[in-house]
Design a protein around this ligand. Structure first.
Ligand code: FEO
Length: 408
């Protein structure tokens, strides 16, 4: 456990969370997640972002502080860029250890400190342009970044070291271990974190994509040398790489996204799967890359990431008791909540004694800004004519993804 210097007065601390618990109570993190905090030292000491009491995180933080000769009692200012409890859950305990530390957040953040933790004293509300002078020439400034991820969010800027403490923006799932900086990870490890940053974005941030673009615009003009997020890698060598990646993700929301197809499927007794195989044959014939996830066997967290990134979707599901296959109904609902918009979509599936999925599906996808191809349903096992039609539909979808939708 140690602190990682970003400059002679700025340190990264991180608690690695290794658990089968779910992030936000929803999202699996089989490869963990890091909760990053930062110390900025002038004559006074600021701690930026805290932890929740989760798998020993406060102890990890305490040990890392001790490695640079600091204890929680030495903190003069606790800056809370964002009040979600992954960064603040241990606040009452911190305040009990160090009642003199001033807590700094936006006006909305201060209200959340009061409502979540019933702390009413020693709070300072800041807004864009406000500064905090730590002495010894160290001055931090604040920029509100509402809805990246909650409405009270802000980022903190240290012009001296060129470090942007960005909270949830530019973060990812995945624990860090004994390295934190972008230049300390191999290309293969970066591939892992890229996948996990997409999944993090699709699960946590995608609904707020418009605000991500706005926040990035606000940062123009800053000479950023280091992006220091509250989860994942600290970017000191190529800080703009993660900024550009996030902008790309933000723009997926309204499409077009990547020239890929995300296949999401469920099948009770294999008849929908047989039909899907014909669709896949068509997609493969056109040479378009695709991912494939089965629901409910694979968690919707991964389905979201694949769907968010792809321009085309195949949703293959049978009718189940006069309606949609329930795990697919859930997947569609969560895609709606997470703004998986702007896709070209092919829905296929079988029915047993009577249909019904079609009607519920059409109602469910309203408002999703999807371009839906004519869907294909069949009774029982697909006949040869059905399979030929399904293959042709797979080809058609793949061509649209390759070439882009036709102009109207
Ligand atoms: Fe990492 Fe929105 O909290």
């Amino acid at each position: 456990m140690k602190a990682y210097p970003i400059s002679d007065s700025v340190y990264c601390l991180h608690a690695d969370i290794d658990t089968d618990d779910l992030f936000e109570g929803i999202w699996p993190i089989p490869e963990g997640v890091s909760l990053n905090s930062y110390i900025v030292k002038g004559e006074k000491i600021a701690l930026i972002d805290l932890v929740r009491d989760w798998i020993g995180a406060p102890t990890q933080l305490s040990d890392e502080l001790a490695s640079i000769g600091i204890s929680f009692k030495d903190i003069d200012y606790l800056i809370l860029n964002h009040l979600e409890p992954d960064h603040t859950g241990w606040l009452a305990e911190f305040k009990a250890l160090n009642p003199k530390a001033e807590i700094i957040a936006t006006g909305k953040g201060v209200e959340l400190v009061k409502s979540f933790y019933k702390i009413t004293e020693g709070l300072r509300a800041v807004k864009t342009g406000d500064t905090l002078d730590l002495g010894a020439g160290k001055v931090l400034s604040f920029v509100e970044a509402p809805n990246v991820h909650w409405p009270e969010t802000m980022v903190t800027w240290d012009a001296g070291s060129g470090t942007l403490f960005a909270c949830d923006a530019f973060g990812s799932f995945g624990k860090l271990g004994d390295r934190v900086f972008d230049d300390q990870f191999s290309a293969k490890e970066h591939e892992f974190f890229e996948r996990e940053s997409l999944r993090y974005y699709a699960n946590i941030v995608s609904s707020f994509s418009v605000f991500v673009e706005r926040a990035v615009k606000k940062l123009e003009g800053l000479e950023i040398k280091c992006i220091a997020p509250s989860h994942g890698i600290v970017w000191r060598t190529e800080p703009m790489k993660i900024v550009e990646r996030y902008l790309k993700y933000a723009r997926y929301m309204n499409g077009p996204a990547e020239k890929k197809i995300a296949i999401i499927w469920g099948s009770m007794y294999g008849n929908t799967r047989k039909g899907l195989d014909a669709v896949i044959k068509g997609i493969e014939a056109e040479g378009v890359p695709y991912s494939i996830r089965r629901v409910p066997n694979e968690d919707v967290s991964y389905v979201l990431a694949d769907a968010y990134e792809a321009s085309g979707l195949v949703l293959a599901m049978p009718t189940y008791e006069y309606a949609m296959f329930p795990p697919m109904a859930y997947a569609i609902d969560i895609m709606k909540r997470k703004h998986v918009h702007g896709k070209t979509v092919l829905r296929v599936g079988s029915w047993g004694w009577v249909g019904g999925a079609k009607k519920e599906y059409e109602a469910a996808v309203e408002g999703l800004k999807w371009t839906c191809m004519d869907m294909k349903e069949w009774a029982g096992a697909p006949a040869d004519a059905d399979l030929a039609e399904l293959e042709a539909k797979g080809r058609e979808l793949a061509r649209i993804v390759k070439e882009g939708p036709k102009a109207e």
